[in-house]
Design a protein around this ligand. Structure first.
Ligand code: SAH
Length: 230
């Protein structure tokens, strides 16, 4: 079993890479893939860059070239649910690309036309493991719910309200659902674990600068407890 671990930004993978025994390092599509051992597991970890295209390319390389059997996307996100705040962790049970819009044809926002699913469901086992990891880290507040993805840093009260009412989203970010999409098409189990860096409101960019470090610390702690159980 080889686990693929993707983060969008180098700071999201920093703690993890420090803990990893790296056996080899390869460049593909301008991304560095680190193969080795982490907390008792064979892993390939990689920083994919920000946004859906980077994330999709990266997930496909992990699957096609590294034959990973499971994919975990870990990082920070904007909080959408009213009860979620910086530092808290959201485990996705499903994801939607909120910026897909063919509503002109009568489709709901987020529906990818001609695809046989609306949302991308995370693997039940991986969600369960992540939830158990959250129970072990009881100092970190967590919830399970939908994460929505789009090529936009959400920093407006109106947009965040729309994500809540239209999608019942717990959090928003810029990579998760595109990784989920690639995993879905390749029948590879996946889960997305994100810690809140901001509340996607008008001050989001300032909160992001302040809270990303604590978010990364918390999501990495959950990931560690989870990987140790695999
Ligand atoms: N100029 C900034 C851009 C960060 S984009 C920089 O280079 O640091 C925000 C990143 O964090 C994305 O990878 C996204 O997945 C996540 N994220 C955190 N808060 C977000 C929000 N409010 N909206 C969208 N993505 C968010």
């Amino acid at each position: 079993m080889t686990l693929g671990i993707i983060s969008a930004m180098s700071e999201e993978l920093e703690i993890l890479l420090g803990a990893m025994e790296v056996e080899s390092k390869n460049e593909r599509a301008n991304m560095t893939f680190y193969k080795g051992k982490l907390w008792g597991q064979e892993v390939v970890s990689v920083v994919c860059g920000i946004g859906k295209v980077n994330a999709a390319i990266c997930a496909q390389i992990l699957i096609s070239e590294y034959n990973v059997s499971k994919v975990i996307n870990v990082g920070v996100a904007g909080g959408v649910d009213k009860n979620i705040f910086p530092g808290d962790v959201v485990i996705a049970n499903n994801l939607v690309q909120y910026d897909m819009d063919t509503t002109a044809f009568g489709d709901p926002f987020g529906q990818i036309p001609r695809l046989d699913t609306f949302d991308f469901k995370c693997d039940d086992e991986l969600v369960k493991l992540a939830e158990e990891a959250c129970k072990e880290n009881s100092d970190i507040k967590s919830m399970t719910g939908r994460i929505v993805t789009g090529d936009q840093f959400v920093a407006s009260v109106d947009k965040v309200k729309w994500l809540e009412t239209e999608f019942n989203a717990a959090a928003c970010e810029m990579e998760g659902a595109s990784i989920a999409h690639v995993c879905y098409l390749n029948s590879v189990p996946f889960v997305v674990i994100r810690s809140i860096s901001d509340n996607a409101n008008n001050g989001a960019h300032m909160d992001f600068a302040e809270f990303t470090a604590i978010g990364v610390k918390n999501s990495t702690a959950i990931l560690k407890s989870m990987v140790e159980k695999m």
